[in-house]
Design a protein around this ligand. Structure first.
Ligand code: ATP
Ligand code: MG
Ligand code: MG
Ligand code: MG
Length: 442
């Protein structure tokens, strides 16, 4: 059954009664796999609003509203990545162990790597990241010229990591979506420029989403390399400890400091202030580590083969969704960055039974008109047709899911100069607007 139903012989209207948003709040409380400290606000709110459903530890069903939100996020990420020359591809998740043995990460990754065998007994893993895969791909191109560099390849795919403690819903899954980009450059200098342009694109992305994000110096972990930054969203439940200088631009993950120091290592006078963050992105300058091992070379200006300089850049796509919900929401309801809210507007007709059939028709007509007049709202307006419920109850539900705008079509809408009650959920403000005022606002 489609989520929309024919209405008044006109185009179908999205009806809340038909949307698949099964609330499974009870599972959060009763799920024996989830001790109290393993769940958090975003997980609770997302399960309660029917956005995600737990499957096994660290694995979730992403329900339709989450997919809408994720597709919007992916669109913004694509714009930013392609804006700096990124080209999108898709690499296999089933990765041959040979590549991982060549880079020695087959052993280094330890238990975090999901390993499996095929019917012939050959070893595979489920890709947790793709440095090996992309480097061997580029190495296979015999004719790569310096004129084709920088080459920036990225994908947005599921990654698999057998996390020791999957927790906090989509914030730390064992199966999750990541955007991973890999760059190939002619020289160290060019690679640093590429690195810088990716960091700027990340900063633009978070600015567009309206999320405050800090870029901190970071450890390179088992990915290896020389220069690295993390993009962190400040939040109390964050698992990373950050040190930010009160006087200069210095900021770093505690992991990078040899001892915890209280004075800034950059300006030497400023005091370091500690806070917590959720790591939503990570950039690495890799140098020739992988390109050397896998022989990813290009022909240089002298027509001689040279080993490419590499970088790799991750964004936690599903983690960004949950982190945005975590930092923006109230305890009672989800608040989204406007750009990635699953739906933009919810229209509420009055409760059945009062003398309001006219208002119900008006509400349906409004949903149609919004989509037709404002192209950006096409497919973004839902009608809460559960008119057996009071407006108050439905408003509460709307507040849980976090539509940026909720429009109540009540008695006022039937008057000679119609007035619509509009609740802007981001600010919590309620305003009464004429029809034109409504169109202006949206
Ligand atoms: P963490 O320190 O949180 O374990 P990481 O440093 O291991 O993350 P990276 O290898 O840097 O992660 O991966 C790039 C990005 O992928 C991270 O910045 C994060 O946003 C996201 N990510 C990593 N692990 C997970 C996970 N288990 N669930 C969801 N997103 C993840
Ligand atoms: Mg990790
Ligand atoms: Mg980390
Ligand atoms: Mg990291």
């Amino acid at each position: 059954v489609p989520a929309s139903a024919p209405s008044c012989g006109r185009k179908p209207v999205l009806l809340v009664s038909r949307l698949y948003q099964p609330s499974n709040l009870r599972d959060v409380a009763q799920d024996s796999r989830l001790p109290g400290e393993m769940s958090c606000k975003s997980q609770r709110l997302m399960q309660q609003a029917g956005l995600i459903h737990p499957s096994s530890p660290g694995c979730y069903y992403y329900l339709p509203a989450t997919i809408r939100s994720m597709e919007k996020l992916v669109r913004v990420i694509d714009q930013e990545m392609q804006g700096i020359g990124g080209q999108k591809l898709d690499m296999p998740s089933l990765c041959s162990a040979d590549l991982w043995k060549t880079s020695e990460r087959w052993d280094l990754m330890g238990k975090e790597l999901f390993r499996l065998k095929d019917r012939h007994g050959a070893d595979y893993c489920l890709g947790p990241t793709h440095e090996e895969a992309v480097t061997t791909l580029v190495a296979h191109q015999a004719t790569l010229s310096y004129r084709q560099l920088p080459l920036l390849l990225y994908q947005i795919t599921r990654k698999f990591r057998d996390e020791p403690k999957p927790k906090f819903g989509l914030l730390r899954g064992r199966e999750f979506y990541m955007k991973d980009m890999y760059s190939f450059d002619v020289s160290e200098e060019a690679a640093h420029q590429t690195y810088e342009s990716v960091c700027q694109a990340y900063t633009r992305l978070f600015t567009r989403l309206g999320l405050r994000c800090v870029q901190v110096q970071a450890d390179t972990g088992n990915i290896g390399g020389k220069l690295s930054h993390e993009f962190q969203l400040p939040a109390d439940i964050g698992e990373d400890r950050l040190l930010v200088c009160g006087s200069c631009s210095f900021s770093a993950n505690v992991e990078t400091m040899s001892s915890d120091q209280s004075n800034c290592p950059q300006c030497e006078t400023g005091k370091l202030v500690e806070s917590k963050g959720i790591e939503v992105g990570h950039t690495f300058y890799l140098g020739k580590k992988y390109s050397h091992i896998f022989k990813a070379t290009f022909s240089n200006a002298q027509n001689k083969p040279a080993v490419a300089e590499m970088g790799c850049y991750g964004l936690g796509v599903t983690r960004i969704l949950a982190a945005a919900v975590e930092v923006m929401s109230t305890e009672e309801g989800i608040r989204w960055p406007g750009l990635i809210a699953p739906y933009q507007v919810c229209v509420l007709p009055p409760k059945k039974g009062s003398k309001v059939d006219e208002a119900t028709l008006l509400a349906e007509e409004l949903v149609q008109a919004l989509g037709e007049t404002l192209p950006q709202l096409r497919g973004e307006v839902v009608l809460d047709d559960r008119t057996q419920m009071t407006i108050g109850k439905r408003l509460k539900d709307a507040s849980k899911l976090g539509y940026p705008y909720v429009i109540v079509v009540g008695q006022g809408a039937l008057e000679e100069t119609p007035r619509f009650e509009v609740i802007c959920q981001q600010t919590g403000e309620t305003v009464f607007l004429s029809r034109d005022g409504l169109l202006d606002l949206l």
